[in-house]
Structure formats: structure tokens, C-alpha cells
Design a protein around this ligand. Structure first.
Ligand code: NAP
Length: 260
């Protein structure tokens, strides 16, 4: 099975190489997942719920969030909450309202997975469109910043909290034609490091995941011709997603970890 080839994670000590998720390791935790209606975010939300967490499903397309909600409820797991929010159009006030709704309903947040993002288009640098550049920066950078700014106070109310950004291979090494997306992921890693440094020594840890090639809509847009059987599926990369939300990662801060 090609999936056996995925080592995990590559930048941590060997005791994590075979990190296996323990039943109920996320029980009593409330975890917000952005982009929870599809792709990696959907699988992360389902996985967190299966391990005992109450999940808050944030995303753009309500019907997709409802389908994930229904799946979780059908499995008899803790009832999730749904927050419809379009990261492209939302205003600062929308984020403030969203955050105070969560604080009012749940009291605190134990984890936030900032997963939603957009690819824009792959194009030569000189031909990047200003509008697409701005959209990618809005969703992948500005919205992540506003989410983090407004959710950190609620994370700080938890005994221990984990804020997880999502980067990419092109977030630490630029690549031809990946233009605005690559730039946005460098910014994501920078934002993660700034927050991690500010809250070093507190109950909040902040890290980033590089998922690696994973079979989703976004991957198909970037690589329409590739053989999808040869890349990971979202389920394959969940160990790192669980590790960073579990108490096993309490000492980990300011790192970008590879899921494959
Ligand atoms: P995906 O299948 O395209 O899913 C993206 C998710 O983000 C969807 O749930 C989508 O919701 C949501 N989203 C997009 N625009 C939004 C907006 N304006 N407001 C709110 N939600 C929005 O992508 P994926 O492959 O799972 O990617 C997840 C993360 O991993 C991304 O940060 C991506 O950059 C990163 N990543 C992925 C790969 C890979 O190979 N798949 C590799 C490296 C990094 P809708 O469906 O409702 O639009």
C-alpha cells in the first residue's frame, strides 16, 4: 500500500513517528474547525468528534456543514455546532460576533484548526490578476488573522489550548507559478510564529501543519491529471491533526510539522 510510505511526522522526535490516536483522547474538548464541510477539514472534524470532542463546524457552504453535522449525530457523537461564515466577505464585526457567540455557548475553546483556504490560480508571476491575488490574501491571510485575533481570548480561557494553522510545502519554499498561494502560506507561517512567540510560556500553543499531497478538491484543481490513487487521502494524515489537539503536544509551540 503506497500509504505505508508516508512517514509521520518528519520533524519531530522518533517517539512521534508512530503516533497513534487513543480512544477518547479529545473528550471534554471543544474544537473549532474552519472549512469543515469538505476535504481535510471535514475529515478532521469527523475524527475529532470520534475521539470525543465537541466540534464547531465553520465554513462557507451551509449544506456541506449540515451534511457533516448529520454524519456526526448519526454516529451518536457529541452534537456539533454550525457557524456559517464566508471568509472572503466577513467583516471584523462578524468575527467579533462569532467569537462572542462561541464564548457564550461553550465558555472556552480547547482547540482551533484554521484549515479553510483557497488556491486562487496557478499562473506565471507577471500574469497574476490583482483581484485573485487580493481574494487569496483575504481568505488565506487576513481572515486567518481576524479569526486568530478574535478567538485567542476564548482559547486563553481553556486549561490548555491549541491553535493550528495550515501551511503547505510552498509555505516555506517558493515554487514557480504558485504565486499568491505560496505567498499567502509564507504569511501563514509567519503569523503562526509571531503568535507562538507572543504566547510562549502561556496555556496557548500555536503551530502549523503542512498536510502534504492529499486527495481533495483543491489538490485536483492544482494537479488535474495526477493519479489520485497515488496520493494520501485525508484519513491518512489525521495522526498529526489529532496529536496537535491532544494533551500529548502540550510542549510543542511555534513549529511547522509535516503530516506526511
Ligand atoms: P478543499 O477541499 O478545497 O477544502 C477547502 C475548505 O475551505 C472547504 O471546506 C471550503 O468550503 C472552505 N473555504 C474555502 N473558501 C472559504 C471561504 N471563503 N469561507 C469559508 N470557508 C471557505 O481544500 P483541502 O485540500 O481540504 O485544503 C485544506 C487546507 O490544507 C488548506 O489550507 C490547503 O491550503 C491546505 N493544503 C492542502 C493540500 C492538499 O494536497 N490537499 C496540500 C497542502 C496544503 P466550501 O466547500 O464551502 O467552499
Amino acid at each position: 500500500d503506497h500509504r505505508d510510505l508516508h512517514s509521520f511526522p518528519t520533524r519531530r522526535s522518533s517517539d512521534l513517528f508512530n503516533y497513534s490516536t487513543k480512544d477518547a483522547c479529545l473528550s471534554n474538548k471543544t474544537i473549532l474547525v474552519t472549512g469543515a464541510g469538505a476535504g481535510i477539514g471535514r475529515t478532521a472534524a469527523l475524527t475529532y468528534a470520534q475521539l470525543g470532542a465537541t466540534v464547531i463546524l465553520l465554513g462557507k457552504t451551509v449544506s456541506k456543514l449540515e451534511a457533516v453535522y448529520d454524519e456526526i449525530v448519526a454516529l451518536g457523537l457529541a452534537e456539533p455546532a454550525i457557524i456559517p461564515l464566508d471568509l472572503k466577505g466577513a467583516t471584523k464585526q462578524n468575527y467579533i460576533d462569532m467569537s462572542s457567540t462561541i464564548a457564550g455557548q461553550f465558555g472556552h475553546l480547547d482547540g482551533v484548526l484554521l484549515n479553510a483556504s483557497i488556491l486562487g490560480e496557478l499562473t506565471p508571476f507577471t500574469q497574476m490578476h490583482e483581484q485573485i491575488f487580493n481574494d487569496v490574501m483575504k481568505v488565506n491571510v487576513t481572515a486567518q488573522c481576524l479569526l486568530a485575533q478574535t478567538l485567542i481570548p476564548t482559547l486563553l480561557l481553556a486549561p490548555n489550548a491549541s491553535l493550528v494553522f495550515t501551511s503547505s510545502g510552498v509555505g516555506s519554499q517558493g515554487r514557480a507559478y504558485w504565486g499568491q498561494y505560496s505567498i499567502s502560506k509564507f504569511a501563514t507561517e509567519g503569523m503562526m510564529q509571531v503568535i507562538a512567540d507572543e504566547y510562549e510560556g502561556s496555556n496557548l500553543r500555536t503551530n502549523a501543519i503542512n498536510p502534504g499531497a492529499t486527495n481533495t478538491n483543491m489538490r485536483s484543481c492544482a494537479f488535474p491529471a495526477e493519479n489520485k490513487d497515488e496520493i494520501a487521502i485525508p484519513e491518512d494524515i489525521m495522526p498529526l491533526y489529532v496529536y496537535l489537539m491532544s494533551d500529548d503536544s502540550l510542549e510543542v509551540n511555534g513549529q511547522t510539522l509535516k503530516a506526511q
